[in-house]
Each structure stands twice: as C-alpha cells, then as structure tokens.
Design a protein around this ligand. Structure first.
Ligand code: ASP
Length: 440
C-alpha cells in the first residue's frame, strides 16, 4: 500500500467569517479525506462594510492598554464568535478564554498577543465543529525572544507533534518564544503557517482556500475580467507578487518550495473551480508565453552622468554604496556608457533625498545628477517568453500604438520577466495595451 495522501488546507478569514462558511469548509474537508491538517485565519469580513476580527482586536487592545473604554469593541468580538457557536450549536464556551484575554489586554500583554487571539479562538471553534484535535500554534511555531521566526526549530516541533495526530486544526498567524510570549507574522501570515505545516508533515499538496478563484493574469481594476492563471512556477509567483499581485503572503512560498510541495489556490465559495496551481516546474505543454502582468506606481529614477564612467573601475560599487549607506534597497539599475540610473520607490527617495545627494557627491563626484520622480513599473512575467520569438516586438508595438512613452527597459537574466518604466499617468494604458497584445 502506498503512503496515505496528506493535504494541508488553509482557510482565509472570509472563508471562516460566519457559521455558514464553517459549514462550507466542513463540506470541502469531507470531500477529500486527505485534507487532514487545517489552518484557519480569524473571522474576516462578512460583507464589504464589515470589520475583520483581527482589526477589532488591534483596536480593542489599543483602547484597553491606554485606559480607554474598550468594552464595546470587546463585546463586538465576543459577539462574532458567539454567533458562530449558537448557529452551529457547538457545545463550547469561550467565556473563560475571554476573561483571560480581557485580563491580558488590561495588563499590556502586547499587540501581537492581542492580534493572535482571532486565529486562536477560531481554531478552537473549528476543531470542535470538525471533530479534529486543536493544536495551539504557541506550542509549535517558534520565535526567538526578539520575535524573529525560527525556521528549523519550528519544523522540528511541528513535525514531532503532528506525526501522531491524524487530523488537527493549527491556528494560523502566530507562534511563541520559549518564555511563552506570543509573536505574530506580518498581516496575512496564516498563509505562512499553512506552508510551515505542509512542510512539517511532508504534505502532498498545500491548499490555500480564499475568496477568489486563483490569481488573475492582471489587475481586474484595470482590465475587465482578465483571464485566470491556471498554473505557474514559484519563480513566476515571486515576480508577480513582488510587483503587486497579492493573493498569497510572500513568505509562504519558501517552506513549501524547498520541499517541492505545490500550492493550490482555491475558492471556498466556488470549490468546483480549478483555481491556480503553483509548482516548481511546469511541463512544456502547459507553458504559456505570458503568465501575468503586474505593476506598481510611484518610483523615482536617480540619473547620474559622468564622463568616462565606463573606464572607472569600481564606479558601480561606489554608486551602490551611496544607497547602501542610506539603507535603501533599489529596484533596477539601467546604464549607458557615461550614464547610469538607480530606480527606487519615490517615497523612499523623498524621505532621504538630501542624504542620498550628499553620499553621491562625496563618493562619485558626478558631472550631473537629475531626478525623474514620475515613474511606474510594469512587469510582464512568463517562463514561456524564453522560447517564443517575437514577443518583444509585440510588446513594444503595443505600447507604441497606445502612445505610451517607455522611460526604462529591464529584462531579467532568467528571461522570465521584462520590466518597463513609464510615466505614472500611462500606467493603466500600458497594462491594458500589453494585455490585449500579449494575452487576448
Ligand atoms: N488574521 C490575520 C490578518 O488579518 C492573519 C491572516 O488572516 O492571515 O492579517
């Protein structure tokens, strides 16, 4: 007999926002017995006007720890869970938990402790509803006392604990240090917990259930009904997320990527839809030339000119030093013979512009420095671009036809991305033109 299949299923906040969604989650889990480990978020928004429990917890803690009246917010939070308990008829009471939480808030237990209670309480309810074991993330997800996540220790604790538990609910988003203080990942961090559990149990698949049917090829706010991405590699996902396409927490990729576990993004409300599969490699027949188009506005280009720059050994090193000493991580560095530009987020440039200028003058003594503060970056990502000729021609013709002026071009050495810089006001036009030329 082969090894029993194991799937880790993470459900986002909107997938667990109320009793009806709890029922839907149970239905999904029952459909495949391999779905043995479940990672829940805190209850999210039930509609667009609603509030996420995590946000309410931050608010409540802020009030409680500063001596303001926190009772109404706490009551709201309690109400969210009580509604789920009542509707599902669960034989669970969270009264004792809420007493402890209130005490801890008043005694300044910390913002991260406060935020983590959303997942903790939801985990208790979900485990009771499913009949799965509840494993408190504070016992298995390890941070050091400075709040830095501990990768290998977590893997050890998690796998050691879960090896003998057939079905468990492990709340997302938080863990603890050895003194028992709670630490959280950054917002959206339940995705990370799901990936850590998948790694620890050597899952066959990490399912990430959310309220969209996967990654769209581009921003639906710019292009009407863009196509969905059916399948992509981890590297393509990295490129797209970096450029602003957000469905999954950035850090969620690493634990599963190293083990070759695929991530499947699925829609809780439309489980029959195929979602987006993210894996290490794609069979050539599944490859499409363009996987996605993403971008961000508001970058600045610092352009430096110096005669015979090309002959000066170490010029680039000193240029980067100027940014390093101001603690700036740059995006691109296109160059000519006697000119070079560094592209960085415009707000970062604004905050530090005097210091940057001082460093550049001191380290490089340039002939001229000019700044272009109006740049948006648009990236086209696609592993298939490597093997198809004529893509670049279509790319630039589309932009030319749409009267978009290109200020910068950068093609990554792995040939899976091509980034252009355009003026902020051309951002939407550029994305629409690229989408219709390369995808439609
Ligand atoms: N509940 C947390 C948040 O709202 C973590 C998560 O949902 O992943 O950010």
């Amino acid at each position: 007999m082969g090894k029993e299949q194991t799937i880790v299923a993470k459900f986002g906040g909107s997938s667990l926002a109320d009793a009806e969604h709890f029922r839907q989650v149970k239905k999904i889990l029952r459909q495949d017995p391999a779905r043995r480990y479940v990672v829940p978020s805190a209850p999210g928004k039930r509609n667009s006007e609603d509030e996420k429990v995590t946000d309410l917890l931050y608010q409540c803690y802020e009030k409680a720890s500063s001596g303001a009246d926190y009772a109404p917010v706490l009551q709201k939070i309690r109400g969210r869970y009580q509604e789920i308990i009542d509707d599902l008829g669960l034989a669970v009471s969270l009264e004792g938990e809420f007493e402890m939480i209130e005490q801890a808030f008043v005694n300044h237990a910390g913002e991260q402790y406060a935020a983590s209670r959303g997942e903790y309480l939801n985990g208790i309810l979900l485990a009771a509803f499913l009949g799965y074991r509840f494993v408190d993330a504070a016992e298995v997800i390890r941070f050091n006392k400075k709040g830095v996540f501990e990768d290998e220790r977590t893997n050890f604790f998690l796998s050691d604990r879960l090896i003998n538990i057939d079905r468990a609910v492990i709340p997302g988003f938080y863990g603890a240090d050895d003194a028992g203080n709670i630490h959280t990942f950054s917002r959206g961090g339940s995705d990370v917990t799901g990936a850590l559990v998948a790694r620890a149990v050597q899952a066959d698949l990490y399912e990430n259930w959310t309220d969209v049917s996967g990654f769209l090829l581009t921003d639906p706010g710019i292009v009407d009904h863009p196509k969905k991405i059916d399948i992509m590699t981890y590297s393509e996902l990295r490129e797209l997320s970096y450029r602003g396409a957000t469905v999954l927490h950035e850090e969620a990729v690493f634990p599963v990527r190293r083990e070759g576990i695929s991530i499947h993004i699925r829609n809780t409300n439309r489980p029959h839809e195929s979602g987006t599969l993210i894996c290490s490699t794609i069979r050539p027949e599944d490859e499409v030339p363009i996987t996605g188009i993403a971008g961000k506005k508001n970058f600045a280009a610092v352009n430096i000119a110096k005669n015979r720059m090309n002959a000066q050994v170490g010029f680039c090193k000193r240029l980067l030093e100027a940014f390093e000493e101001n603690d700036i991580s740059f995006e691109h560095m296109p160059s000519g013979i006697d000119t070079i530009s560094v592209i960085l987020p415009a707000d970062e440039y604004h905050k530090k512009k005097d210091a940057i200028m001082d460093s550049l003058q001191r380290l490089l003594a340039p002939d001229k420095i000019s700044i272009d503060e109006d740049m948006a970056l648009v990236t086209v990502v696609g592993k298939g671009m490597r093997s198809v000729s004529g893509i670049a021609a279509r790319f630039f013709t589309a932009l030319g036809d749409a009267h978009v002026n290109i200020k910068m071009i950068d093609m990554g050495s792995n040939e899976i991305n091509c980034t252009i810089g355009v003026s902020n006001q051309d951002f939407d036009t550029a994305i629409r033109a690229l989408y219709s030329a390369l995808v439609e």
